[in-house]
Structures are given as C-alpha cells and as structure tokens.
Write a protein that binds this ligand. Structure first.
Ligand code: NAD
Ligand code: UDP
Length: 341
C-alpha cells in the first residue's frame, strides 16, 4: 500500500494539507519534532477526516529515524514542510536555520534516494525572489538575494534540489513558492498557533481581537502604496493545502526527472490596513491599532502571478477575503489559547 510522507505535518500548513490528503483517501505518515507545533493538531485532523495518521515524533536530521520510517512504509512521495520559519529569529540564529532547514533537507533527500522515493514537494517562499524583484512575481524571473537567513535557506534548498535532479534523472521536485498563508480550516478546529508573540500579521490581529493583546502595531504607513501600508498576497491555507495535492498529482504523472517552481498566491495584493478593516467588517470585532516605524527588511508590495499553477497544476485559489477573515476568527475565538486550551 502506498503512503505519502509529510514532514512537519503537525504544523500550520502541514496539518491543513494532511487533512486534505486524508479527505481524498490517501494514507499519510507524519514526521514532526513538535518544535513549533502540537500533536493535538493531528488528533483534530483525525477527528475531522475520520481517518488515522501514522505519527513519528522526531527530527528529519535524525537519519536513523528516517531510515526506520522508510523501511516500514512504501512512499509514493514526500511533502516537505519541516523547517524553522521565523524571519527575525533567523537573523539572530543563522546557524540554527542553515542547520535545520538546509541540512535537514539534505538528510531527508539522502534517505529518499536510498529508498528510491522520487517525488518531492517542497515548501518554498516568495522570499526567494529577493529585494530587487518587480511584482507581480513570476517563476521565470531570475531569483534574487533574500533579505534574511531564513530566505537564504529556501533559496539554497531550491538550488540543492535542482542539482539533485541534474544528477538523478528519476527525481522530480515541485518547489511551491507560497505568498502569505492565512485563515484556517472552515471547521474552526485547526489553525495557526504561534509560540509566544506572533511575528505574522494575521495571528497578531486575531489575538488582539480575542483580547490576548491590547493593540496591533502596523509597521510603517509611509510605503509607496495606496494607503501607505505594505501590500501582500494573502492566500487561504485551505487553498494552499489543495495546491499541494494538485502539485503531487502533477508530479507523479511526469515521465522524467524535473525541478519546477510554482507560485501559490491569489494574484491580488491587500494592504495591512485593508486586512484590518476586512477583519472588522466580516467579524464585527474591533481591532485597535497604532502606526509604528517600519520593520527592517519589509518590502513595499509584492504579489503573485499564479498563471503557471493554473495552467499546469489546474489549481487556483477559490476562497475569498471574507472566508479568510471568518475562518481565522472561528479558529481563534473557539481556541483563544490555540491547542493548549
Ligand atoms: P510551522 O512552524 O507551523 O510548521 C513547520 C513544522 O515543522 C512544525 O510543526 C515544526 O515542529 C516542524 N519542524 C521544524 N523543524 C523540524 C525538523 N528538523 N524535523 C521535523 N519537524 C520539524 O510552519 P508553517 O507555517 O506550517 O510552514 C510550513 C513550511 O512552509 C515551512 O517550511 C515554512 O518555512 C514554509 N513557509 C511558510 C510560510 C508562512 O507564512 N507560514 C510562507 C512561506 C513558506
Ligand atoms: N505587519 C504589521 N504588524 C505586525 C505584523 C506584520 O504591520 O504585527 C505587516 C508587515 O510589516 C507586512 C505585513 O504585515 O507588511 C505582512 O507581514 P507578515 O509578517 O505576516 O508576512 P511577510 O510578508 O513579512 O512574510
């Protein structure tokens, strides 16, 4: 029986993707060291789908564990989410990021090659386009220099995977470049549960709304955008999860080794202020905010050209801004303390 291995599957995007895979009847094995997640996410995914997940607690850096797992299951493919993702933290702890994200991927791919598992979907990021890129970002443009060690790890892994494909004509890779994932499964049972003070906009907005934090700080209102606040391409996490399913289906049907990148975004930019106003409009909950100076490394505006994913993967984002806001709020208001309630 074929299985899909999901690394980092207990995390935010991983748990939503595992749910979509189980709903489609796939057999899923997860490895996660729970460094930024809780096993409770997968308990809830099992309840929502009515199907079991096989879970291994441990790191992809542990090759003995990987070999043990690969010996027990026949994997058709791997979806690789595991990694550290805090941009600011990566500036202070670059070696931890290079070790976990880059060496972790090398460790995983070595074991994949050993067991002849040839399909890999990798969590990349729009950050690989770098500072000088002009939006909308498109896959054909030359990649730039990401502004943080975190971004560098994504670029390095993309390059390593391209080299692996050059050396192994059976190996197939889809690098999915996410824009800004937000929202939660419509059940309100799983969602984003950051440790400590949220770095990202949406969980911060949700925690202000639920009364855990007094007000949102909006980083900069003097950017070259319509209302002066930064613009991003926010994508619903369920659309993103379905993008992984589409990428896997495409990958397994390719005859030869390849390494292809796909933007997963909506193609529409929203400003920080518009996000706050939309949240208030659709949830009827006020979000007090103040303007503070710009955050280092933030770019004015970027969004996706997502035509390639539509053409090749037959995938596009369907959820609306209203879905993103209502689903975020359903998750946060049902679980004010995340999975630790
Ligand atoms: P997350 O932190 O919720 O999920 C990552 C998971 O990987 C966590 O459960 C963590 O415990 C696990 N993990 C970390 N290192 C591990 C290791 N060495 N071995 C096993 N498990 C390990 O983050 P997320 O938002 O779900 O992101 C998933 C992936 O997508 C990450 O690689 C991230 O860099 C990438 N990504 C995220 C965003 C975003 O905005 N959320 C944007 C672009 C790319
Ligand atoms: N942002 C903000 N206040 C916060 C968190 C984020 O104003 O507390 C802004 C940030 O400056 C950026 C946008 O929200 O313009 C999205 O930031 P996030 O960290 O969510 O994603 P990024 O695009 O940086 O990956």
């Amino acid at each position: 029986m074929n299985h899909i291995l999901v690394t980092g599957g207990a995390g935010y995007i991983g748990s939503h993707t595992v749910l979509e895979l189980l709903k489609l009847g796939e057999n899923v094995v997860v490895i996660d060291d729970l460094s930024n997640s809780s096993k409770e996410s997968l308990n809830r995914v099992e309840t929502l789908s009515g199907k079991a997940v096989t879970f291994f607690e441990g790191s992809i850096l542990d090759q003995d564990l990987l070999v043990n797992i690969f010996s027990q299951f026949s994997f058709s493919s791997v979806i690789h989410f595991a990694g550290h993702k805090a941009v600011g933290e990566s500036v202070n702890k670059p070696l931890s990021y290079y070790h976990n994200n880059v060496q972790g991927t090398v460790s995983l791919v070595e074991v994949m090659e050993k067991f002849n598992v040839n399909n890999l979907v990798f969590s990349s990021s729009a950050t690989v386009y770098g500072e000088g890129a002009k939006p909308p970002y498109i896959e054909t443009q030359t990649l730039g220099c990401p502004t943080s060690p975190y971004g560098q790890t994504k670029l390095m892994v993309e390059r390593i995977l391209a080299d692996v494909v050059r050396s192994n004509s059976d190996f197939k890779v889809a690098n999915l470049r996410y824009f800004n994932p937000i929202g939660a499964d419509e059940s309100g049972q799983i969602g984003e549960d950051p440790n400590g003070i949220p770095n990202n906009l949406m969980p911060f907005v949700a925690q202000v709304a639920v009364g855990k934090r007094a007000e949102l700080s909006i980083f900069g209102n003097d950017y070259a955008t319509e209302d002066g606040t930064c613009e991003r391409d926010y994508i619903h996490v369920t659309d993103l999860a379905q993008g992984h399913v589409a990428a896997l289906n495409w990958l397994v049907n390719q005859a030869h080794g390849l390494c292809e990148a796909f933007n997963l975004g909506t193609g529409t930019p929203y400003s920080v202020l518009k996000i706050v106003k939309s949240f208030e409009q659709y949830t009827k909950v006020k979000v007090p905010f103040k303007f503070v100076p710009r955050r280092d490394g933030d770019l004015d505006a970027f969004w996706a050209n997502a035509d390639k994913a539509a053409d090749k993967l037959n995938w596009q984002a369907h959820k609306t801004m209203q879905d993103m806001m209502e689903d975020t709020w359903r998750w946060q208001s049902n679980n004010p303390n995340g999975y630790n309630a």
